[in-house]
Write a protein that binds this ligand. Sequence first.
Ligand SMILES: [Zn+2]
Length: 743
Amino acid sequence: MTGEHVLICVAWPYANGPLHLGHVAGCYLPPDIQARFERAKGNKVLMVSGSDEHGTPITVSAETNGISPQDVVDKYHAINSKALIDLGCSWEPNVDPRGVEYGGSLFNRTSDDDHHKIVSENFISLLNAGLFEKKVMQQYYEIREDGGRFLPDRYVEGDCPNCGESGARGDQCDECGVTYEAHELENPKSKMNPEATIEIRDTEHFFYRLDLFQEALEEHANQRQSVWKSNVKAMTKQWLDMGLRPRAVTRDLDWGIPLPMEGNEWDGKCIYVWFEAVQGYYSCAKLWSERYASEHDWEKWWKGDEQGGKPRHLYFLGKDNIPFHTVIWPALIMGLNHASKGLTANDKPSLPILGELQLEDNVPAMEYLMLAGGQFSKSRKHAVWLPSFLERFDPDTLRYYLSINMPENHDTDFNWPDFVEKINSELIAAYGNFVHRVLTLGARLPQGRGLESFEDLSFCNEEMVKLEDLHNEITASLEKHRYKEALRNVMRAAQLGNQMLQSATPWKYLKDLDGEGANVSMAKLSFGWRISRFLSIMTQPFLPFSAQKLWKALGEEGDVSKISWQSSIDWSTNFKWSDDVAEPLFKRLDLEEILAQEQDLASDNSDNNSDPTHAVKGSKKNKKKEEIIMPEGTTHLDFETFMEVELKVGKIMNVTDHENADKLFVVTIDDGTEDGRTICAGLKEYYTAEQMMGKSVVFVANLKPRKLRGVMSEGMMLAADDGKGGVTLVTLDGEISPGSQVR
Ligand SMILES: [Zn+2]
């Protein structure tokens, strides 16, 4: 469809540090690809996001560093918004170059006074509609001579009531992941003043009545079952199945939007960050409208247009943020609609109709991009941080790598050898070399007999049909948010071009342009120009910088991002040519050079034992804290995904009882490496330690290591389970050395 209003909502980066590559792959690159694609199709796109600048992690950073919270957010808002623009994300200009009716973008910040104002108005209208209730909570209070203060959960530290680890937060333990009530924490102390006396006191807060929206949200989720990805369905179901309860929208903290209420009893309290930052999607659209368009333009993207067209809402975020966007934010949107109709808590909420604020049409949430090794995340100078990466590399190389490696259905991993390999042997070998060949061979033709004079499409019917098929497939993939699949098909067009040139051998005819067979061969080379033009338009959403460079090298004028998507297969467009000497689109990368640079950066940061080669290969030590893998619904698995599971042969060398878990063995396996590996296995009901010793088994080698009751388990042995109590290990039919691949 063209001419549709598409609202692209991008998760708000938290302004407490620079963005890293995981953020980019999960939240910031996919919406930019989508926005560019939708625009090329002729849709009217408004893209909104900004820095999320309130909340306690920021005040903790500020207090720890002796600066103000405003200093913290000013710094990171500047760094992150610049990095996103350097990456080619279309946050500039604010108005679409085709005209304001086509929309534009706004990357705002939650400390913006106008955002405060809009959130305060919404707060009052929800309050007046009776959608809040008041409740008393218990909160730690730090007693000080100057009056003392309530301590948000992050300001309290103690021993975890579950695992006993020290340094656990007021409401959650980072070590074992358990959450609990503040009073359950053992040996609680104020993080900032460990010597101060603290006690639990009552404090009154407003709660949003999420419970009122349970039924409407269930209905909404049912309507989305054929659209949502399995991780989105599973997470949303989990939340709705638990039953929604009122959720606090205010807290005891200075740094945030003050409560728009009269009376001293609300002093020192602010609107909870979750409640206001999420409203940024709405405030940003309104503010974009006020600042760059006209006052009511935002409504076309939020409520519908004059022709009765419904806007399409897409939200881009990481998997940790799913319920926020499928449950909580829709409940707030429905609450605002409810209040604007003059309804109250006694009336039944309903799903929006056209003309009211609309709910999401899809939340194509990503899994995680993991950063191999722990050292990456320690030092700010290290290359996994987006700003420093962009200082050293072409942004399109990162966009290519993260797109082809996007964590769409499962976690993926960033490491340097793979990065270099994919850039050199895919991006450059297939795409870069093909277009360079076409341009340089074309440049060797004499004046008056340039490529255009050899154009004869009748020799290229087969190639045209193939490109049209690829075009359809790429479009269909992007409409379904399958970015990897789309980019792979773009690369197929480049491969098709390479194969065409390889069999046409135009270089043989350059000296004898009138010889036998020259006309067919040169017609193919000439069609190479059309394939390159196709590639420039098709790569534009993914690789905007090189797409533009190629566009110019082909002799085309203006901005390729303004060219229609369909024009890539319009064979009747005029042939153009530029006499400028074509520069290669990309520079080859050298792994050794990069690793040496990494080494320098690491030693600059005086990290002891910094060995980047270790880190990038994913050393077993120093693993990043594991994230929870969401249950995936059963779907067909593509072959590529299956092949990412690394199965290997191992020999059981030692079996001992797990000290803290009655049902687990701790198994040491010879996996063909010097150190071997440790796997925790729940096989005690089925095997004795002696029975297991010496067996050759099959194990999953690239499963994310995880700690099971204090023992790091580095994989999983395969076992068959008949569902009736019979379990037996998968063993081998013959001898083969440990470490062998299983396929
Ligand atoms: Zn714990």
